[in-house]
Write a protein that binds this ligand. Structure first.
Ligand code: NAD
Ligand code: TYD
Length: 341
């Protein structure tokens, strides 16, 4: 199979490429990424040079480029991770979220239709469901929970998600959609809660917790997200949505204290700062459908997954220090400068 993975220089797409390149040596994995501020080819170092892996730089919203690429490459499967992904940035500048997340996804869908792709998988998010109240721990997001978004990020992701399902209904495009909870693990850009807090704690800098820090997120190790997507693409039913999550709800304060504890740093580093606008209170996934229908089971709980993740950021300080210093942007030039336009 020839598989196009978009956004493969990002956190989850990068982990997915590592997973796929090693698991399926007979498949051809093509990574298409624009290398925006958070695309980092240093993440792909472990697979560079593998016979079944290739990188192409480009924009999923660039229609002529995408159509040329699909015509030339004849992909069997497209898995769309590429997105603007940070809620705080979407509050500052929503327009790029519409361009990449909505226009980019519909451009890929059109190309998938035009060139007969056998499966189009859209990597969506549980944030399309909006949030749950803090005082109703009995409530969970199921695939039938109404879409009810809060932020420009989640609105753009919901739009892409709905377009994907509309292409199935209208054109018969063979799509699947997954809506996953918050991920953690290696190679996450240090603007997101967990890597941000680890990198700042290691430097004895203040840890900015929004509001009281009582908002709840449902944390899944990125490895488990990768196994779920692989399974959905190979065995999921077209036209279907699958929630992905492992019942690992934690308040932000619990997460931050876990990190401080593991690093032997004092809780006095925590600083409560002005809350995020429209801040979602609680996310919580009901994964019954993917467990029952596809037999998916996560390997990690938060307790078993977080120590190795913290250790990874301690052991791989070059990776995130290059990001903080801007050096990671030179890597593309060094590796590809003379080979690509
Ligand atoms: P990320 O921000 O780390 O990576 C996004 C990647 O997309 C980057 O490499 C970036 O360069 C690339 N990209 C951005 N615009 C592009 C464009 N126009 N054309 C081509 N490439 C472009 O994001 P992530 O955390 O890895 O998330 C990946 C996907 O998973 C996103 O679609 C996100 O909505 C979804 N998701 C994320 C989480 C999470 O907890 N991080 C949870 C559920 C779903
Ligand atoms: P984030 O990693 O941005 O993911 P999302 O907003 O998509 O869930 O944030 C996770 C939680 O952590 C969210 O409730 C906001 C909170 N948060 C902070 O308290 N401080 C921070 O500096 C950041 C980035 C997030």
């Amino acid at each position: 199979m020839k598989i196009l993975v978009t956004g493969g220089a990002g956190f989850i797409g990068g982990n997915f490429i590592h997973y796929m390149v090693n698991k399926y040596p007979e498949d051809e994995i093509v990574n298409l990424d624009l290398l925006t501020y958070c695309g980092n080819l240093e993440t792909l170092k472990p697979v560079e040079g593998k016979k079944n892996y290739r990188f192409i730089r480009g924009d999923i919203a660039d229609r002529p480029f995408i159509f040329d690429l699909f015509e030339k490459e004849k992909f069997d499967v497209v898995i769309n991770f590429a997105a603007e992904s940070h809620v705080d940035r979407s509050i500052e500048d929503p327009a790029i979220f519409v361009k990449t997340n909505v226009l980019g996804t519909t451009t890929l869908l059109d190309a998938a239709n035009a060139y007969g792709v056998k499966r189009f998988h859209q990597v969506s998010t549980d944030e399309v469901y909006g949030d749950l109240p803090l005082d109703r721990p009995d409530l969970f997001f199921t695939e039938d929970t109404p879409i009810h978004t809060s932020s420009p990020y989640s609105s753009a992701k919901a739009s892409a998600d709905l377009f994907t399902l509309a292409y199935f209904r209208t054109f018969g495009t063979p799509v699947t959609v997954s809506r996953c909870s918050n991920n953690y693990g290696p190679y996450q850009f240090p603007e997101k809660l967990i890597p941000l807090m680890i990198s700042r704690a290691l430097a004895d800098q203040k840890l900015p917790v929004y509001g009281e820090g009582l908002n709840v997120r449902d944390w899944l190790h990125v490895y488990d997200h990768c196994t779920a997507i692989d399974l959905i693409v190979r065995e999921g039913k077209v036209g279907e949505v699958y929630n992905i999550g492992g019942h690992n709800e934690r308040t932000n304060m619990e997460v931050v204290k876990t990190i401080l504890n593991a690093l032997g740093k004092p809780e006095s580093l925590i600083e409560h700062v002005t809350d995020r606008k429209g801040h979602d209170r609680r996310y919580a996934i009901d994964p019954t459908k993917i467990e029952k229908e596809l037999g998916w089971k996560p390997v990690y709980t938060f307790e078993t997954g977080i120590p190795g993740t913290i250790r990874w950021y301690v052991d791989n300080q070059d990776w995130w220090k290059h990001i903080l210093s801007g050096e990671y942007k030179d890597y593309f030039k060094k590796m590809y400068g003379n080979r690509l336009k």
